[in-house]
Design a protein around this ligand. Structure first.
Ligand SMILES: Nc1ncnc2c1ncn2[C@@H]1O[C@H](COP(=O)(O)OP(=O)(O)OP(=O)(O)O)[C@@H](O)[C@H]1O
Ligand SMILES: [Mg+2]
Length: 316
């Protein structure tokens, strides 16, 4: 089977404070469908608040979906008991410092998942295995007995990667794994993730607000705007023939003259206006090509090429 993960019509609503103390429902992820190939990397790109983390967490059932279905390795896990799947589906977080418990030695941080999953007989064996993992991510056995706070941001992210690998997953959600790092360190961690992917045949859902980072990492990408997947397809195809006006704006923001800076900071684009509950296209208020229909009707996803789809009235 070619797919390791498939998401169909995923929705996630949050209850947020509304008028006069009442609650209202806010749609963070709105009818999102995509798949991750086995051994592949699907990049999910979009500006802050577009629903990337919510999508990643919902896929892992760390957040429960409001609607839609999630298939992992051919099994519908939407309502499943996740215990058998937790080990196979891991996550690497944006903020390595905040995601590592400062009270525990690195050896215990890395091997905790092995213990919880009953892997390897003894603590000594788990620590031996943790030492191997630390070497694989570019740290050393001596680091087992140090504490997370004694490491730099890049080293902490390596520890986070070792921890995710410790339970031998097949699929990892990488949620902005390099956003908190200096640009020079970003490339090192990206290359490490790529090498590990190849060595271990891992599949990634790689989340980033940075189109330049996603371009390096992902073989397929999906572009999220306010909870809607506006364009999806093979990376080179989408980047060379972007269809959706939002995708085009993101690509235009990649600094071509200075590719090493990898700084297509989507955040630098116009800030998102507060989400309004409209019927039309989520992007209409910002779109330079918006027509009457864009404000009135939600566009549907259309195939515009082999492994390339777009959700825009301009292509309907
Ligand atoms: N637990 C929650 N309760 C209410 N609203 C939430 C909750 N979690 C996320 N949201 C809202 O859902 C939207 C999407 O958030 P999410 O964290 O998924 O965005 P993101 O694309 O990961 O952004 P960033 O690039 O800043 O990490 C935001 O408007 C956010 O405020
Ligand atoms: Mg996020």
């Amino acid at each position: 089977m070619a797919e390791i993960l498939r998401v169909e019509h995923l929705k996630k609503n949050f209850s947020v404070p509304g008028d006069r103390g009442k609650k209202r429902s806010f749609s963070a992820v709105n009818d999102v469908s995509f798949s991750v190939e086995r051994g592949g990397c699907f990049g999910l790109v979009g500006e802050s608040g577009s629903g990337k983390t919510t999508t990643g967490r919902t896929v892992l059932r760390l957040t429960e979906p409001t609607a839609g279905r999630i298939f992992f390795d051919g099994t519908d896990i939407t309502d499943a008991d996740m215990r058998p799947y937790r080990r196979k589906m891991q996550i690497i977080f944006q903020n390595p410092a905040g995601s590592l418990d400062p009270k525990y030695q690195v050896g215990d941080v890395v091997s905790e998942g092995m213990r919880a999953n009953g892997l390897y007989g003894s603590r000594a064996e788990r620590l031996r295995r943790a030492a191997d993992l630390l070497r694989q991510v570019g740290l050393s056995e001596d680091d087992l007995r140090r504490y997370p706070g004694e490491f730099s941001g890049g080293q902490q992210q390596r520890i986070g990667i070792a921890r995710a690998l410790a339970v031998d997953p097949s699929f990892i959600v990488c949620d902005e794994p390099v956003s908190a790092l200096d640009v020079s360190l970003q490339a090192q961690i990206i290359n490490l993730l790529k090498a590990l992917q190849q060595e271990r045949g891992l599949s990634y859902l790689f989340i980033s607000h940075d189109m330049a980072v996603v371009r390096h990492m992902a073989d397929r990408i999906g572009v999220l705007f306010r909870g809607c997947l506006v364009e999806c397809g093979e990376t080179m195809e989408v980047l060379s023939h972007p269809a959706h006006p939002y995708t085009r704006a993101l690509i235009a923001a990649i600094p071509a003259a200075d590719p090493d800076r990898a700084a297509a900071k989507i955040h630098a684009l116009r800030p998102a206006a507060p989400a309004e509950a409209g019927e039309g296209c989520a992007y209409a208020a910002r779109c330079p090509y918006a027509k009457e229909v864009c404000r009135l009707e939600r566009p549907v996803e259309r195939e515009i090429g082999p492994d390339h789809s777009c959700c825009c009235h301009l292509f309907s």
